[in-house]
Design a protein around this ligand. Structure first.
Ligand SMILES: [Mg+2]
Length: 218
């Protein structure tokens, strides 16, 4: 029996800030419950500190948010829903990955949300190491630290999804509108590359895809 034909690329998509409008969900929930005033579209990573919460208070707030089914309350970003379906229809194998704490309520909300929106994900991995351990070619994330960790330790290349809260980070970034075209170019770049060389071929292809015209040094 011959092996199944290889899909274009296996792409792991982060949830919060990539497919799920996490900041909007937390902001609305925190206002409804009278817990805090938080921006729906923050322009900094640790934005809860600007709102007067320390890191422990933020963690406690997120626990209560999760317990209240907060990870299931918002629709996906429309462009993410369209982009996910486009990638799937183009032959990509899609995974969902999230560092949400793997409690039963988080599992229920996360898997429930994927079902609510009929998202074309083959598998969902939840937990602090999910993004590093996912067997995939590319991880799309909005957290620059995740991309740095992938470079050092991960199985896959990373791509930073452009959001207002990560604009201070260096390096290439992509919006949902450009992602399907970027994935197609990357898939072509690594076609036929042996699995053992695939990650670094992809890292190079990401750099090539985003490189600007070289400055001529006269
Ligand atoms: Mg995220």
């Amino acid at each position: 029996m011959s092996p199944p034909e290889r899909l274009v690329l296996t792409v792991a998509l982060d949830f919060d800030g990539v497919t799920y409008p996490f900041t909007r969900a937390v902001s609305a929930w925190a206002a409804e419950t009278g817990r805090a005033e938080l921006p729906a579209e923050p322009d900094a990573w640790a934005y809860w500190r600007e709102a007067g919460l320390d890191d422990n208070e933020w963690a406690e707030l997120l626990g209560a948010f999760a317990d209240d089914d907060g990870y299931r309350r918002e629709a996906p970003y429309p462009e993410a829903l369209e982009g996910m379906n486009g990638l799937f229809d183009a032959g990509c194998d899609l995974l969902g990955v999230t560092s949400r704490p793997p409690s039963r309520v988080v599992h229920t909300s996360t898997f429930g949300w994927v079902a609510d929106w009929m998202l074309p994900l083959r598998a969902v991995l939840i937990g602090p190491n999910a993004k590093l351990e996912a067997e995939c070619d590319l991880v799309v994330d909005d957290d620059p630290e995740v991309l740095a960790a992938l470079d050092d330790l991960g199985e896959a290349a990373g791509l930073l999804l452009d959001r207002p809260w990560n604009r201070e980070a260096d390096g290439p970034r992509v919006g949902w509108g450009e992602l399907p075209a970027a994935v197609a170019v990357l898939a072509d770049a690594v076609a036929g590359v042996p699995p053992s060389e695939r990650k670094w071929a992809l890292v190079d292809a990401v750099a090539d895809f985003f490189c600007e015209a070289p400055v001529q040094d006269w």
